[in-house]
Design a protein around this ligand. Sequence first.
Ligand code: GLY
Length: 565
Amino acid sequence: MCRTKLTSRLLAFILLFFSCSVPLESKSYKNGLVVTAHYLASEVGKEILQKGGNAFDAAVAVQFALAVVYPRAGNIAGGGFAVIRTSGGDYNSLDFRETAPKAAYEQMYCDKDGNVNSDLSQNGDLAVGVPGTVDGMMKLHQKYGRLRWGELLEPAIKLAEEGVVLSLLEANKLNDYHDQIQKQNKGKSLVPYLREGLFREGDTLSNIALARTLSRIKASGRNGFYEGETAGLIVAEMEKHGGIITAEDLQGYQSVWRVPLIGDYRGHKIISMPPPSSGGVALIQLLKGCEMYNMNKYSFGSFEHIHLMVELERRVYADRAAWLGDPDYYQVPVDRLINDEYLENRFATIEMDKKTNSQDIKAGSVELIESFETTHFSIVDSEGNAIAVTTTLNGNYGSKVMVEGGGFFLNNEMDDFSSKPGFPNQFGLVGGEANAIKPGKRMLSSMTPTIVEKNGKLFMVLGSPGGSTIITSVFQNIINKIDFKMDSQQVVDAPRVHSQWLPDEVYAEAEALSPKVKSKLEELGHIIKIQNKIGVMADIFVSDSGEYIGVADTKRHKDSRASGY
Ligand code: GLY
């Protein structure tokens, strides 16, 4: 082995060693496993499995529990995507993404001079998309569930009634967002997430209004949210505070079963989310690029690994901006975008000793905000059913608007549309016609719930929050496993890097780049920005003997937990 190769292997080992804050071993389970961003939600999912529920029952219970214990991202008034692999080897995906209200229009966030007011698409009632979560959970349960619907709501109702003991993370987050939540909820009563003094770790927080809303959903299914009292509360909120969602919008909302996107990567099958998420297309493009350039011949953390990843990402995110949107409103050329010949041409311009310039493509340059407000959970059961769910309010606490009497936050998903061609959203992502606002249309997403098979067997279930960094976090976990042959804990712990075409910058966690690799990247012109953390993975791995290994990303989010039995 030549000296440089030996040195870079040694460096990779050292980087990995120092990046691991917990022992490099994860517990394995035989019967079922739930990995979520909050220990209480993971326990809820495990208990549903132990009661005889399957992975899909557990997913429904976890989704509702997260709305109580993790209100900044868990939700009943947001949306998301689920990717499914049944024990029989069938695949499916569920799109419960929010939609633009009927009264929405392309220029709704622009003033008369065409300038975008991002505050309107990010905060307050005008930022809210028609929620998809409750309809999505109903459809998931109707098709795959085994336990009674009501049973799946009970743990969340109990948590809301009895109260949740705040973790340090959640207490701090509520304090950080106090002013913003207050601004959007002036004069309202029963806002449990606002108080005079500071929230502290150990405080117990109940939410009786949310318990009542969940009880209505328990009793009446989707009608407990999209009709009757809950719908009335949402419409009253809209009418009072300048929102545009109507009773008709709520009644008309439908989640959609979609054929998942399937690709191959070095003998593995990748099952991921099709549009209106950009996640699956972008992930498959990136993996095909790695195959073309033989990523597996490089060492983890080497200059070649990072440079190649960034150059692939630059091209993939440029495609995202131009071609991805809601397939029911825009002809998204999915087949072409993941076609081998197309990608060979697309990636042919990559040179290992030259940085490509993104700056000649005109678009705003913004700071990437550290955003972890979406949440992901992965579940497997004793029969081998698997589900990967990514769900979101978009921003932390969404639009910050709480429905008075309802006890829940409304999303600010309208910001995921392109408010104006080339104008960046909160994640710095740009878009155009494909993702322009239209009534009833779904906004483009980066959520990438994904399942990987090896030799026809379940191999990985994974996903992450993090806005635009979701795709690259999932991507890096897959190549960490397949190309760099890391063990499960290392896959998740290993430091991450992200780039997205515009802004023309490379974001790296502190331990991701050695001084030597950083200097070499900078010499080529890459602009490096250190990011506190990128993504929060919730991964399940299946060992050769069929045991489940769950890895919660506790290094980046302490409350995450893998609960199995
Ligand atoms: N709201 C973040 C996403 O869907 O990508």
